[in-house]
Design a protein around this ligand. Structure first.
Ligand code: ZN
Length: 135
């Protein structure tokens, strides 16, 4: 599903308009409470496939419908590095000084696997329930 501006949610009530637009205040709350975690999973996943750079990660998250700014992403990458999930290399291959490559650490890999198990478990319940309601 694609979300361009704001987040669309399914209304649990009967028939009619199934989609209800969530306002900006609510979107900010959802972002802080839930989506931040999703982004971290995305980052861990992509860092597992190869080194990631901030600008590319921003575009990738946009492709997924998450419109976040560098001012949100960079502190997040920094925190993940402080947690020991990522390590960064500045100026790889003599490129621009501000460019940083982020790599997944062994700890990060363990975190990703752990989260994926929880995600699978969650989806078994939440995902199946969605399917039931739609049928
Ligand atoms: Zn992705």
């Amino acid at each position: 599903m694609r979300h361009r501006a704001g987040v669309w949610a399914r209304q649990g009530t009967s028939g009619g308009d199934m989609n209800m637009h969530i306002d900006n205040v609510e979107t900010k709350l959802i972002t802080r409470e839930i989506l931040l975690g999703f982004w971290k999973v995305h980052i861990l996943h992509h860092a597992k496939e190869g080194p990631v750079v901030g600008m590319w990660m921003l575009q990738e998250l946009r492709r997924h419908g998450y419109d976040l700014s560098p001012g949100t992403l960079y502190p997040l990458l920094q925190r993940m590095e402080q947690n020991g999930w990522l390590r960064s290399e500045s100026n790889p291959g003599g490129g621009p000084k501000s460019r940083k490559n982020y790599y997944l650490t062994k700890k990060g890999k363990r975190v990703l696997n752990f989260v994926k198990d929880r995600l699978r478990e969650l989806w078994e319940e939440v995902g199946d329930e969605t399917a039931k309601r739609e049928n």
